[in-house]
Design a protein around this ligand. Structure first.
Ligand SMILES: Cc1cc2nc3c(=O)[nH]c(=O)nc-3n(C[C@H](O)[C@H](O)[C@H](O)COP(=O)(O)OP(=O)(O)OC[C@H]3O[C@@H](n4cnc5c(N)ncnc54)[C@H](O)[C@@H]3O)c2cc1C
Length: 575
């Protein structure tokens, strides 16, 4: 059995920032960081547009209060306002700290950090490194982990959380290189496992975003918060779904329908293309439904609309958003200097997740905490994004709450002993599970079942939802779930068995999908990204509260938790 003071699952921004903080505060602590990819290949590396902070470099009128208000309004008033206050107040400090770590931000003429406009933000406050911000930050963080003696287990797949008597005690993990199973115990376990874009069939997320941490926590008995809030990013490149950053609109690009019209004037006249993502994604979906989408031959009635950059000019495109130009060129052969890009909404971000307090401690229920268990980043829900996240607030959340959670853990493990549990029984169960998967005499390929599941989620729980459709979706989903028992694996070898990993990931996808759909069915209102055709208004009386969903193989139980409102009273949300 392996032993560490702290084990962190996840090598993205949140996990790395937490690990670094623990080592800074207490270099003697044994901190292990585990990731199923190499840390540098975590989805954080793909973040493009930037990270928000009221630095006032471009806009002296900005303030943390304005940032907090924009965030709460963007969330459709579901964000916890104490958590938002921390996020926005600590923002400037974490940016300066990143810069001291070596992150190369883009600059203004006078040398200060540059800041651009972003959707839903009332001031220019998004700091960036061209359109490769995640890359710039993650590389420096991972470098700093090594300097600080964090032990890295890369390409290990964590398959189970050991949680007994309300206490997280360790993990069961699998070394992808040779198929070895290991049990690790620790005084503190942290999940920073990122999002779940792959629950759907079209997403901006990478292949590893399968919601494993969410599923493992749920299976262990931890509730998941606000899972119905799934962010669609308005501009996924058609047909692949790859992201074209909001930075492109931040730099001035237009959204155009088949009539050549900037249709956002009908939906958010004051913010136009820079309205929040939920509003913009719905606007595009409405345009497509009304037959004002475009086809590949340029005719009307098609599946996408245009993102038009042509008026920005080559120099601006190549200096501020070169990566987006490159993506469209590489994937579709489009030169965005001269041609508009075909785009449509794509699954992008998970607002809900493992419920935590503002110190990163995982909740066991609305009133109680779990011992030894911590979480930060996209897999957690603190909740700073509520019903809809503003662009460039997620990287910020990872860094602010990664750092805070690191601090909490550094203190928490000081006087704690390693927990005890029966490691052998966990090992035997894991061996059995693997054997069962390898020897299953099914007739279905993993890919077939996964595709069916992803199509089901996309069709029955998309941008617009209704009771009838979601109920049908849940029935279908149960049928597809049953097919898990009928999959078979071609590869029986222990080394680099990616098929086996995909089988484990498929289980995560299925648990998370069911949590999303069930939570969505029960929220009978429209708020943020959750748009019900049968309940088109926001209903603060019944639903100004967080959903807590408890998983069990027999079914999902729902409970609700109050929202912290201490600064901004809920108002109608208009842009
Ligand atoms: C294309 C794209 C562009 C984006 N651009 C921006 C932006 O400009 N600004 C912004 O604020 N946000 C942006 N976002 C969102 C933001 O990047 C993410 O929310 C954030 O980076 C998530 O970081 P994280 O540390 O929580 O998780 P991730 O970076 O996703 O890392 C998750 C880690 O967990 C590990 N892991 C998961 N499951 C297991 C397992 N079972 N066993 C072992 N390890 C596991 C993975 O290997 C990985 O290391 C973007 C997202 C995408 C997809």
């Amino acid at each position: 059995m392996l032993e560490h003071d702290v084990v962190i699952v996840g090598g993205g921004l949140a996990g790395c920032r937490a690990a670094l903080e623990i080592k800074r505060l207490n270099p003697e602590t044994s901190v292990a960081l585990i990731a199923k990819t190499h840390p540098i290949r975590s989805h954080s590396v793909a973040a493009q547009g930037g990270i928000a902070a009221a630095l006032k470099n471009v806009d002296p009128e900005d303030s943390w209060e304005a940032h907090a208000f924009d965030t709460v309004k963007g969330s459709d008033y579901l964000a916890d306002q104490d958590a938002v206050e921390i996020l926005t107040k600590e923002a400037a400090d974490v940016i300066i700290d990143l810069e001291h770590l070596g992150v190369l931000f883009s600059r203004l003429e006078d040398g200060r950090i540059a800041q651009r406009a972003f959707g839903g933000h009332s001031h220019n406050r998004t700091c960036y490194a061209a359109d490769k911000t995640g890359h710039a930050i993650l590389h420096e963080l991972v470098n700093n982990l090594r300097h600080n003696g964090v032990i890295i287990y890369d390409e290990w797949y964590v398959m189970r959380l050991v949680l007994e008597d309300g206490e997280a005690k360790g993990l069961v993990m699998y070394r992808i290189e040779d198929g070895a199973l290991e049990i690790v115990r620790a005084k503190a376990v942290m999940f920073a496992t990122g999002g779940y874009g792959r629950v759907y069939n079209t997403t901006s997320n990478d292949y590893a975003c399968t919601g494993d941490g969410l599923a493992m926590a749920a299976i262990a008995g931890i509730p998941l918060e606000d899972m119905e809030f799934v962010q669609f990013h308005p501009t996924g490149l058609y047909p692949v779904g790859v992201l074209i950053s909001e930075a492109v609109r931040g730099e001035g690009a237009y959204l155009i329908n088949s009539d050549g019209k900037r249709f956002m004037e009908d939906y958010a006249p004051s913010r136009m293309e820079l309205a929040p993502r939920d509003i913009t994604s719905r606007a595009i979906t409405r345009e497509l439904r009304a037959g004002r989408g475009v086809n590949l031959d340029g005719s009307a009635g098609g599946p996408f609309i245009y993102l038009d950059l042509r008026h920005l000019g080559r120099e601006k495109i190549m200096s501020r958003i070169p990566f987006c130009w490159e993506e469209a060129h590489r994937l579709l052969g489009i030169d965005a200097v001269n041609e508009p890009m075909p785009v449509r909404p794509t699954i992008h971000y998970c607002m809900g997740g493992i419920p935590v307090n503002t110190d990163g401690r995982v909740r066991a229920s609305a009133e109680s905490l779990t011992e030894g268990f911590f979480s930060a980043g996209e897999c957690s829900c603190v909740s700073v994004h509520g019903g809809n996240r503003l662009g460039s607030n997620s990287l910020l959340e990872c860094v602010v709450y990664g750092r805070r959670t690191g601090r909490t853990i550094a203190e928490y493990v000081k006087n704690r002993k390693l927990p005890s549990f029966d490691a052998q029984s966990y090992l035997t169960e894991a061996q059995e599970q693997m054997k069962q998967l390898l020897n299953q005499a099914g007739t279905l390929r993993i890919n077939q079942v996964r595709q069916e599941f992803q199509d089901c989620m996309t069709e029955y729980c998309g941008v617009f939802r209704s009771q009838e459709v979601m109920e049908a979706g849940l029935l279908k989903l149960q049928e597809i779930k049953a097919k898990y028992e009928q999959i078979y694996l071609d590869d029986k070898h222990p080394a680099w068995n990616t098929e086996l990993i995909e089988a484990l990931e498929l289980r995560s996808i299925m648990v998370v999908g069911e949590m999303i759909l069930t939570s969505a069915l029960n929220r009978q209102e429209s708020r943020g990204s959750h748009a019900r055709e049968d309940f088109s208004d926001r209903d603060d009386e019944r639903f100004l509260q967080h959903t807590l969903a408890y998983y069990s193989p027999a079914g999902i139980e729902l409970n609700y938790m109050p929202v912290v409102i201490n600064r901004f009273e809920p108002k109608e949300r208009k842009y």
